[in-house]
Write a protein that binds this ligand. Structure first.
Ligand code: ATP
Length: 306
């Protein structure tokens, strides 16, 4: 009987570990890498990023044959610009992020970074150019220093300290008796959602990528922490190109351009004031979220858990 239950125990452990956020995103990506069908073409050059623009050119894509998810999507994020992608659930927002990271290739059309088709460069160079601040930040059961240094092999102590300072986590670390050597995770220091997010931001800063992909980075935080983290993200996005996938519109209202997706197509695009004046889908989503925020301030403060 014990034999029978051991696999279930194991599953329970994996589930708890994943839930507690102790798995590592990068390790997960490596896993996906090794299992993905996408391979570098022999002799593919490395991506060379001088001016980090991102462009989708007429991208058609679906996960399964016969079900198209993106129907000829085109947009451009000029180098240094901050563009946000919003839209109802299932509109295709995360699919755009997956194509940019090249987990999949488009059926037709191209994804370009600085004018180079990402399908024709090495995946290692592509992924080195993009930093992700994910929805749920995940930490290793290791020291806080290790968790930050993981952003790049060979990061120096000075670089780690600078990243921690820029991500506004240094004051906390300096208060700990063991500083950067403090163990975090299951057996060590428990970090709050906001603190974990800051460690993830510091990790991304150590990587120092020209392009940032922010995946609803503030969804699980109370509104004060959300504001603090947003201010940090604004600071670290300066001089970089960023693409934010957002559910809460208040977090992206100052983006240079907002792309409003619906059923795998661009329904609207423009700045926040332009989209409000257009009085279409975005304006409707905005009004609905404002009304929800007023009706349930404590819920909106916690963010949507979806
Ligand atoms: P949400 O706001 O809920 O995260 P989204 O706009 O990010 O939604 P996507 O995750 O891009 O939406 O999904 C777009 C469509 O693709 C959905 O209809 C979804 O069911 C489908 N889809 C997503 N991932 C897969 C997959 N791995 N296999 C098959 N279909 C998928």
């Amino acid at each position: 009987l014990a034999q029978l239950f051991r696999p279930l125990d194991m599953l329970g452990w994996v589930y708890r570990t994943v839930r507690q956020g102790l798995i590592d995103m990068a390790a997960m990506f490596e896993l996906i890498d090794t299992e993905a069908e996408i391979e570098d073409t022999p002799g593919a050059p490395a991506l060379v990023v001088r001016r980090p623009s991102v462009a989708f050119e007429n991208v058609v894509f679906g996960y399964d044959p016969g079900r198209t998810i993106l129907h000829g999507l085109s947009f451009e994020v000029p180098a240094g610009a901050h563009v946000a992608i919003v839209g109802p659930s299932g509109a295709g927002k995360s699919t755009i992020a997956r194509l940019l990271f090249r987990f999949y290739d488009p059926w037709s059309g191209r994804v370009l970074i600085d004018g180079q088709d990402i399908a024709r460069v090495t995946q290692a160079s592509l992924r080195a150019a993009i930093g992700i601040v994910p929805q749920d930040s995940v930490l290793f059961n290791d020291t806080i220093g290790y968790n930050i240094a993981y952003g790049r092999n060979g990061a120096t102590h000075d670089e780690i300290v600078r990243a921690a300072r820029d991500a506004a986590i240094l004051p906390l670390i300096e208060r700990l008796p063991d500083g950067f050597e403090t163990e975090v995770g299951e057996r060590g220091l428990k970090l709050s959602g906001g603190e974990k997010q800051r460690v993830a931001i510091a990790r991304t800063l150590v990587k120092n990528p020209p392009i940032l992909l922010l995946d609803e980075a503030t969804s699980a935080l109370d509104s004060r922490t959300e504001q603090d983290i947003l201010a940090t993200l604004h600071r670290v996005s300066e001089n970089r190109t960023s693409l934010s996938i957002a559910h809460r519109l208040s977090t992206i209202a100052d983006a240079d351009e907002i792309l409003v997706m619906e059923h795998g197509r661009l329904a609207e695009r423009g700045s926040h004031p332009v989209l409000l004046r257009a009085n279409g889908l975005y304006a409707e989503m905005w009004r609905r979220q404002q009304a929800e925020d007023e009706a349930t301030p404590e819920l909106s403060a916690a963010g949507s858990a979806s």
